[in-house]
Ligand binder design. Structure first.
Ligand SMILES: [Zn+2]
Length: 204
């Protein structure tokens, strides 16, 4: 779990740039058959996918859903009645650990999360909302939920550390919070973690 804590918590909360992998998982042997290349459609059917609103307790679940490209809002400052109104207004699944909230405020669509571990929470959402595996991963900012776009040469020059220059794939950029994302070892580890949590979704 230390990897998840480091990648999904500390690094992101500290605001570091964070590597991203937007192809399919490449296995340990580097098999090219598992690696997608070529032009990326950054919208990638996002608008057809279910959308979510995670309550204050579910920050890490929200990040995992963003890894999977699901539009997932998370704002711990929003109080319960507004949370429910927002979910209904924006046709989002409300993800909450608060049984009383679901019972008393009766959101139109809600998943009552019962597990403590974020990846187990993720499997709860996948099963209850009958989610399909996204075609690509890491196309959405993990911090602010904004869809990423391809980075310009200047954005890469200004933000890419020398240690990441050997990764040849496209660098992506969040136009909202100005973070640069690139594929690397962290994203491969995160993808392997996802593959363990959702084995039916990944090549074995
Ligand atoms: Zn962002």
């Amino acid at each position: 779990m230390s990897i998840i804590t480091t990648v999904m918590g500390d690094r992101l909360l500290e605001g570091h740039v964070h590597p991203v992998y937007h192809g399919r998982w490449r296995d340990e042997s580097g098999s090219s058959s598992l690696h997608r290349s070529g032009p990326v459609d950054y919208t990638d059917r996002m608008t057809e996918q279910p959308r979510f609103l995670a309550d204050a307790m579910l920050a890490r679940l929200a990040r995992w859903l963003r890894v999977l490209n699901f539009d997932t809002r998370h704002d711990p400052s929003i109080h319960d009645p507004e949370l429910v109104q927002m979910a209904d207004r924006e046709d989002r699944w409300l993800l909450t650990r608060d049984r009383a909230l679901v019972k008393e405020l009766r959101p139109s669509k809600a998943v009552l999360i019962t597990r403590d571990d974020p990846l187990r929470q993720l499997t709860e959402v996948v099963e209850q909302c009958e989610l399909d595996k996204p075609e690509r991963l890491f196309l959405r900012c993990l911090v602010c939920n904004t869809p990423l776009r391809e980075a310009t040469d200047r954005e890469i020059r200004d933000r890419l550390p020398p240690s990441a220059e050997n990764y040849p794939d496209t660098r992506l950029y969040c136009p909202h919070c100005q973070r640069l994302y690139w594929p690397g070892s962290h994203t491969q580890r995160m993808t392997r973690t996802l593959a363990r949590a959702l084995p039916d979704w990944f090549d074995r």
